[in-house]
Design a protein around this ligand. Structure first.
Ligand SMILES: [Zn+2]
Length: 399
């Protein structure tokens, strides 16, 4: 076939078929039964491995991880989980950490080596750090532009109304290059749900950008906040461009209430991010998907002040989501995989995602027979291709 620059032969696709995949200009231009496509100038034999779209790391913090830095022991909250206290611990830890750019590079390379080629990172923008962290991460994004696509969220880690100057900083952050406006527990942190959302949606509307809000509140406060965010999203016509990260409160509801609110979230086109966190409730993934909600995922914190866990591997994240959700059937395991791939791409509004004609040739090869096996076995090593170029293998970025 004319025009193919690189031919990937003998790839097992998710439907079980063995295919050759032709790539030109960084896009998939041919998907044919194995052995039926003439050889191109460059050929890469996938040797029957499972070939899947690159993972979507939908929620990470490139500025606050200590991955690759010295080990910083976790400090427990003095009286149960408290966001204010954790933010204070984080400030103490950050003062002793290696420079942000060094830590961000290590974390990015970890993610790429595991097969994530699309990412959304929150970056602190508030009265404590101003725009300094964002300026550094913007430079890192440029440095890695050829191997990973990164969206940045201006994240008010110290609140918006409680941290003087933050509304103006969020506005400047978007002008500087951040892609979305973030938020943090509007009611429990700033103690002013509507005032907080006025700023977040005000900046987003002014610049025509999306929103991704951290919401840790449990119970009815969490659920009420979700409803308010959905109402604003619908009123502003921002369907498909707003996400709520964590939304723990959705895990506290009885099934009928969860279905009702799930319907509202779906109609508002708001996505829900969960990383299936440790020891507390999290959104009911299957129920929400059943209502038509886009549920996506991310590593969130990797070895930072919030917890010592995290490996930058979205396939192991799919396993955790499946494990904590009680997913056993092939359909359920495939749903967990969808959360870290296709649903993530939808939540991030990515163009040209997937193994399809015309899509970007961003894919990962896995030593598994099929997707359900990949989710439970989490096979390594992997080969990772960005627009048809090898960017990582054997757990390391190839430069
Ligand atoms: Zn987060």
């Amino acid at each position: 076939m004319a025009g193919i620059e690189t031919l990937f032969t003998n790839a097992t696709l998710a439907d079980g078929s063995l295919k050759d995949i032709g790539v030109a200009g960084g896009r998939i231009v041919a998907i044919e039964p194995a052995g039926t496509t003439p050889k191109a100038s460059a050929t890469v034999d996938i040797a029957g491995a499972l070939l899947v779209p690159a993972f979507v790391e939908g929620h990470i913090h490139l500025d606050t991880s200590f991955y690759g830095d010295k080990w910083i022991p976790h400090k427990a909250c003095t009286n149960g989980f408290d966001v204010h206290e954790r933010v204070a611990f984080q400030a103490q830890n950050m003062a002793q950490a290696a420079p942000i750019d060094e830590r961000a590079r290590k974390q990015l390379e970890l993610c790429v080596a595991n097969g994530s080629l699309q990412m959304r990172s929150h970056v602190m923008v508030d009265g404590s750090v101003g725009l300094k962290s964002l300026e550094t991460i913007l430079k890192i994004r440029e440095e890695y532009r050829d191997i990973i696509d990164i969206q940045l969220v201006a994240f008010p880690q110290n609140g918006i109304l409680k941290s003087p100057g933050t509304p103006e900083l969020l506005d400047e952050a978007i002008a500087l290059g951040a892609d979305l406006v973030g938020g943090l527990d509007p009611a429990s942190f700033d103690r002013d749900l509507q005032g907080h959302l006025d700023v977040v949606f005000g900046v987003a509307e002014k610049h025509g950008v999306g929103v991704d809000i951290h919401l840790h509140d449990f119970g009815s406060l969490g659920a009420f906040t979700v409803e308010e965010i959905c109402a604003r999203t619908a009123a502003l016509g921002m369907q498909g461009r707003v996400a709520i990260s964590h939304a723990y409160g959705l895990g506290d509801l009885d099934p009928d209430s969860a279905r009702r609110i799930g319907g509202k979230i779906a109609r508002a086109g708001v996505s829900i991010m969960t990383n299936a966190p440790g020891d507390h409730v999290f959104p009911p993934v299957a129920l929400l998907r059943g209502e038509g909600v886009t549920v996506f995922s991310g590593s969130d914190n990797i070895r930072d002040s919030w917890w010592p866990y995290g490996d930058g591997d979205m396939l192991s994240r799919a396993m955790m989501i499946g494990y904590r959700s009680g997913f056993y059937t092939d359909d359920e395991l495939t749903a967990a995989f969808d959360v870290v791939t296709t649903a993530g791409a939808k939540a991030l509004g990515l163009e040209g995602y997937g193994i399809a004609l015309g899509a970007k040739a961003d894919f990962v090869t896995l030593a598994a027979e099929h997707v359900p096996e990949a989710v439970v076995a989490v096979p390594k090593p992997r080969r990772v291709f960005k627009e048809g170029r090898l960017v990582a293998e054997n757990g390391a970025v190839v430069r």
